[in-house]
Design a protein around this ligand. Structure first.
Ligand code: NAD
Ligand code: MG
Length: 355
């Protein structure tokens, strides 16, 4: 009886602790990245700097083709680009991935290649059913693309999670870790997760806390002060600008560090009044957000909205852009000279439209 060949298709030696510089070029899988937006560009540049052979797959004449070429990459059509790749990273907006996979990637990707996502949405919600011969993995940096690139350039990395959905080769996890190391994610703590956990926690975080929750908290706080007759500019500092100072303390040392740095009066106020705002009703609403993610309500709604042309999404986004706090902020930030030398604003970690 002949046993299966135990030799991996690519000789990989990477372990959890191996840094992105540890592999020699002969062991590095050939990578194609489809999409050159927030994540795509950052992954491509980092992987190339880590010594990988990277090709970019883009629609001819698409909005980011010029950028990828200007960065020195070989750009091919997605169909051509995926043909000889050992890892294909699908980094287009989530809503275009099912059609792109079905019409372009699946008919062209090599037998036994590794299909990689940066968010589990389409696989988890059954919008993409990957071909059975493929390895299917996830590597999701917990930060926007510009930060993934910036941290890599200064020798650090953005914490990342990785997962294996389908392990046909027996080496899918190593491939995910190789890629994760190549983008700098393994310089930080790379945590193993599942497609389900990544998808549901990522959506919850951005909806309830990071993007949805924080935006509405800031707007409501600002409106409360302005409606009570306080100057909009002063309200802006209190409710939006200073949030960064608090978040920086969270980031550096958690809530403990915030308590070390704020006054006793601020601490007493926070401890006695925070629960006025985040009360049992808020917690019940958070649970509702989570339930709608878990039972697929949110995914169905977003897929239907996108398919219908995004009219509601565009209108709601415009309302955010037209909120009076935006005008006040623009005026005040014009005098914040330090901002003009700051890195370009990073795109938020939500994907919403086909670029
Ligand atoms: P993006 O909108 O910034 O970029 C999309 C890219 O795909 C562009 O280059 C665009 O031209 C290209 N594209 C669009 N339609 C295409 C098509 N049909 N064929 C080929 N290319 C096409 O996207 P993004 O925000 O980088 O998101 C990519 C993936 O990364 C998503 O799965 C997203 O959930 C995930 N992710 C994003 C972030 C983030 O911060 N933006 C963070 C973690 C994970
Ligand atoms: Mg996210």
């Amino acid at each position: 009886m002949s046993l299966p060949d135990p030799t991996p298709r690519f000789s990989l030696s990477l372990s959890h602790t191996t840094k992105d510089t540890a592999m020699t070029s002969t062991t590095k899988p050939k990578i194609t990245i489809v999409g050159y937006g927030s994540q795509g560009r950052a992954h491509a540049l980092n992987l190339r700097d880590s010594g990988f052979d990277v090709t970019i797959g883009l629609r001819p004449g698409g909005p980011t083709e010029i950028k990828a070429k200007a960065d020195g990459f070989t750009v091919k059509t997605p169909a051509e680009a995926v043909k000889d790749a050992q890892i294909v990273a699908v980094l287009t907006p989530d809503m275009v991935q099912p059609q792109l996979y079905g019409e372009v990637i699946e008919p062209n990707i090599a037998q036994g290649a590794c299909l990689l996502f940066a968010h589990g949405f389409n696989v988890h919600y059954g919008q993409i059913t990957p071909r059975e011969d493929l390895d299917v993995v996830l590597v999701a940096p917990k930060g926007p693309g510009a930060l993934v690139r910036r941290e890599y350039e200064i020798g650090r990395g953005v914490p990342s999670v990785y997962a294996v959905y389908q392990d046909k080769s027996g080496h899918a996890e190593q491939l995910a870790l190789t890629y994760c190391a190549g983008i700098g994610g393994a310089r930080q703590n790379a945590i193993k997760t599942t497609f389900k956990e990544e998808t549901e926690t990522d959506l919850f975080g951005e909806q309830a806390v990071l993007c949805g929750g924080a935006t509405k908290l800031v707007q409501a706080g600002w409106e409360t002060l302005v409606e009570a007759g306080y100057q909009p500019e002063v309200a802006y500092y209190e409710c939006l600008h200073e949030l960064k100072l608090i978040v920086d303390l969270f980031y550096e040392g958690g809530i403990t560090r915030m308590h070390e740095f704020i006054s006793e009066t601020a601490q007493y106020g926070a401890l006695t009044r925070g629960n006025y705002v985040v009360d049992d009703n808020t917690r019940a609403q958070m649970k509702k957000v989570l339930t709608e993610i878990q039972d697929g309500t949110f995914a169905r709604q977003w897929i239907a909205e996108y398919a219908a042309g995004n009219a509601n999404y565009k209108a709601m986004k415009q309302a955010d852009l037209d909120h009076p706090i935006e005008e006040i902020g623009k005026k005040l930030r014009a005098n914040m000279k330090w901002l003009s030398t700051a890195p370009a604003p990073v795109k938020p970690a939500i994907t919403s439209e086909a670029a």
